[in-house]
Design a protein around this ligand. Structure first.
Ligand code: 13P
Length: 335
């Protein structure tokens, strides 16, 4: 493990004013997104859309890293340049989703993340294609009886093992425990679950000897369930999220890059702004948004080459506003 190389990658990604674009939708997930705009999901269409995002003029002012799916990492732009090269030329660090999705944990109705088998060999291959960081997502579903202790423990253990293998290959891991927003639970219930999840994740990372300065934490926010009738407001989300983080996340973690997890683009930006405005967090607080950065851009594109500029304008706007939010300089009248 080259600790210096890992820290350098983290330093480049955790640049004030910048965050990560998650564009690593698997082929089936991208198929669903494209179906939503009535576009058939072909390899070429997926490439054209991602090429439009990555070539957005000036996006590198606010985007320091992009997470790719394997297909995209190995794809070429229309002029033959590898898409990862398009990013590195702009000073953006390419990353790669390495988990292999969710499977049922035996004896439960809950899901754990798979993909540890052969991970080291895959990382060697991804590095050849320019990837310097990786992502593994675990999910936790809230109900009266879930997530179970078994799922919390198993996901933590797998996240930590993945992170260790990444660091042994000098690839900086994104550790992503996502407490899902689906359901009608209260913000307090989300706080309780998030605390238990993060606590276990850091126990497991410590057990594996993962270098905390050489990883990125990508958590969900502490937030009311999407179907809750009296959802907590922006300030409350920011306050409760930071409260739980202070109890569970060591200060040696350098950067926390939130997922958006089904929040609207505007909500995701407002929450990030509110947390950075509170200004007392020991970590860099930024974004690693998928849908919250892409939704308006995807809609504007609608699968048509003539809409590429409109797509890029929409993406640029969200990237810029989130970049401002990392500095506490966003306000809703910029929408
Ligand atoms: P969302 O911001 O759409 O949740 O996507 C982030 C991500 O990478 C999920 O794994």
């Amino acid at each position: 493990m080259d600790a210096q190389a890992l820290k350098q990658t983290i330093k480049e990604i955790a640049t004030k004013g910048k965050g990560i674009l998650a564009a690593d939708e698997s082929t089936p997930t991208m198929g669903k997104r494209l179906a939503g705009i009535n576009v058939e999901s072909t390899e070429e269409k997926r490439r054209d859309y991602r090429q439009a995002l990555f070539t957005t003029s000036g996006c590198e002012e606010f985007i320091s890293g992009v997470i790719l799916f394997e297909e995209t990492l190995k794809q070429k732009a229309r002029d033959g340049t590898p898409l990862s090269g398009v990013l590195t030329k702009k000073g953006i660090v390419p990353g790669i989703k390495v988990d292999k999705g969710l499977v049922e944990l035996e004896g439960t109705s809950e899901k754990v993340t798979q993909g540890l088998e052969g991970l080291g060999d895959r990382l060697d291959d991804y590095k050849q294609h320019g990837a310097r960081f990786a992502k593994w997502r675990a999910v936790y579903s809230i109900s009266d009886s879930t997530p179970s202790d078994a799922v919390i423990k198993e996901n933590a253990s797998r996240l930590a093992k993945y992170a260790k293998v990444c660091q042994e290959h000098d690839v900086a891991p994104i550790v992503e425990p996502e407490v899902l927003i689906n359901g009608d639970h209260s913000i307090e219930r989300c706080a309780e679950v998030t605390e238990a999840v993060l606590k276990e994740v850091f126990v497991a990372l410590d057990k594996e000897g993962v270098l905390l300065e050489g990883m990125i934490l990508k958590p969900s926010m502490v937030i009311s369930g999407k179907e809750n009738d009296s959802r907590a407001g922006v300030e409350e989300v920011a306050k409760q999220t930071l409260e739980i983080f202070k109890k569970t996340i060591p200060e040696s973690v350098q950067t926390i890059n939130f997922l958006s997890g089904g929040q609207t683009p505007e909500e995701s930006t407002a929450h990030l702004q509110a947390m950075n405005k509170m200004d007392d967090a020991p970590w860099y607080l930024s974004f690693s948004y998928g849908r919250a950065l892409q939704e308006p851009a995807l809609k504007a594109w609608a699968g048509k080459a003539e809409n590429e500029k409109a797509c890029q304008d929409a993406f640029f706007k969200r990237a810029k506003l989130n970049g401002l939010a990392t500095k506490g300089e966003y306000s809703t009248d910029m929408e």
